[in-house]
Design a protein around this ligand. Structure first.
Ligand SMILES: *Cc1c(COP(=O)(O)O)cnc(C)c1O
Ligand SMILES: [Zn+2]
Length: 403
């Protein structure tokens, strides 16, 4: 397999080296492939992780793979939630059950494998929470030191998790954008592979597997609607790239009819704002304020490209506030038995609005991406759920309402 890098703006080609911006125009670089000939059976009996798509990923030598067995997560036919919302073909892509409990195991695993292929001696990331654990776990497995930069106010569980995998955790007294700036400077000056900054071209390739798996799990059919929670926008963009590549290698027919929905939380919805104003410029949110901390990226790196994708795919962008997010978390949990963190709540809440606004037909094959696990972010739910009643262990004194 041969790969190269290509500037997303001016299309200039580069060797596939440790590099992420174009020398000429500073545009981001994407991985381009000379794909081998594959067919639907190529992947059928492979391992149950996203590495089953090795030929479509940017690692040259299998010996460099660092795997904690992420991916190939369930695509759940959401009959009960579908019934509540009035949808006949609703699916939940349940990425909350990855090894570190979010979809970030996909991009982190690819970036760290690539860092090994480049012979880098350390890795790191700027994180809103989930990437910290995903990077730290893969770094542990790959035997590389790991430096995590994240806002100091992220969820407790996410900090504990990254520390447990042995990462050096730098808690930045500021926003995600502050953490990102510091990580970028340290990455460049110390030659550290910051997975979502100077390794970004390779990093985003991991999220493509969210398209590959859904396509395979649907029997190589193109879905009609994709609801995607958006922070930096890297995942949304990568999912589109994934579906397009499947068309290129003739595993899917026409993907141009898909509709893409970008879901952001109120309090940090710069892409939704731009979309609703029909503007191509994403105006950064200086101080994000939402319980969906994993989406609290005020200045989204791929914001402009998300807007392009929404145009390309007749898409929509919508936001949901804290109350709607919490209601959606509970709705998903109580109908499908899937417990997600606020980012997944944002996706479900926006899905509901899209149905109510008539943007989704009841028979559309609709995929809602649930990207993170509820156990990593219980703080905001604790405030709205009833406290369990403490009772004496004496049957005569216990009063339980049995329905
Ligand atoms: C990071 C994250 C997202 C957003 O991904 P981007 O690529 O930043 O848009 C969505 N959901 C969860 C759970 C995340 O951790
Ligand atoms: Zn360029």
């Amino acid at each position: 397999m041969t790969i190269s890098l290509e500037c997303r703006e001016c299309k200039k080609a580069f060797e596939p080296i440790f590099k992420y911006v174009c020398d000429d125009c500073f545009g981001p670089l994407d991985v381009k492939y000379d794909f081998p000939v594959v067919n639907k059976n190529t992947f059928t009996n492979r391992e149950h992780t996203y590495w089953r798509y090795f030929e479509l990923l940017p690692i040259q030598n299998k010996a460099n793979i660092v795997s904690i067995n992420a991916g190939m997560t369930p695509l759940i036919k959401a009959e009960k939630l579908g019934e509540k919302l009035g949808l006949n073909n609703l699916y939940i892509k349940n990425d909350s059950v990855n090894p570190t409990f979010s979809f970030k195991d996909r991009p982190a695993g690819i970036a760290i494998s690539k860092a090994k292929e480049f012979g880098l001696s350390a890795v790191g990331c700027a994180s809103t929470g989930n990437l910290a654990a995903a990077t730290a776990a893969h770094a542990a497995k790959g035997g590389l030191p790991c430096y995590v930069f994240a806002p100091s106010d992220i969820e407790h569980a996410k900090i504990v998790q990254a520390l447990s995998y042995g990462a050096e955790f730098i808690a930045v007294d500021g926003t995600y954008d502050d953490s990102n700036r510091i990580a970028a400077q340290i990455g460049d000056s110390k030659g550290i592979g910051i997975v979502n900054i100077n390794m970004r071209s390779y990093y985003v390739e991991g999220s493509k597997t969210l398209a590959f798996e859904v396509a395979e799990q649907l029997g190589w059919q193109v879905p009609d609607q994709l609801i995607i929670p958006v922070g930096s926008g890297a995942m949304l963009n990568a999912i589109c790239k994934g579906f397009e590549e499947l068309q290129t290698i003739s595993l899917l027919n026409d993907v141009s009819k898909m509709h893409i929905v970008a879901a952001q939380p109120t309090g940090c919805a710069p892409i939704v704002d731009a979309f609703k104003k029909k503007s191509n410029d994403v105006v950064p949110v200086e101080n994000p304020n939402t319980i969906a901390k994993s989406l609290a990226i005020g200045d989204p790196g791929d914001g402009r490209y998300v807007l392009k994708r929404l145009k390309q795919y007749n898409g929509h962008a919508e936001e949901s506030n804290n109350k709607e997010i919490l209601d959606a978390i509970l709705l998903l949990a109580k109908t499908e038995g899937v417990f997600t963190e606020p980012a997944g709540g944002v996706a479900v809440a926006v899905l509901k609005k899209m149905v109510e606004d008539g943007h989704i037909d009841k028979n559309d094959t609709t995929i809602c991406y649930v990207t993170g696990n509820g156990l990593k972010a219980t703080e905001s739910l604790m405030e709205v759920l009833p406290k369990p009643q403490v009772m004496q262990p004496d049957i005569a004194k216990i009063s339980v309402r049995i329905r």
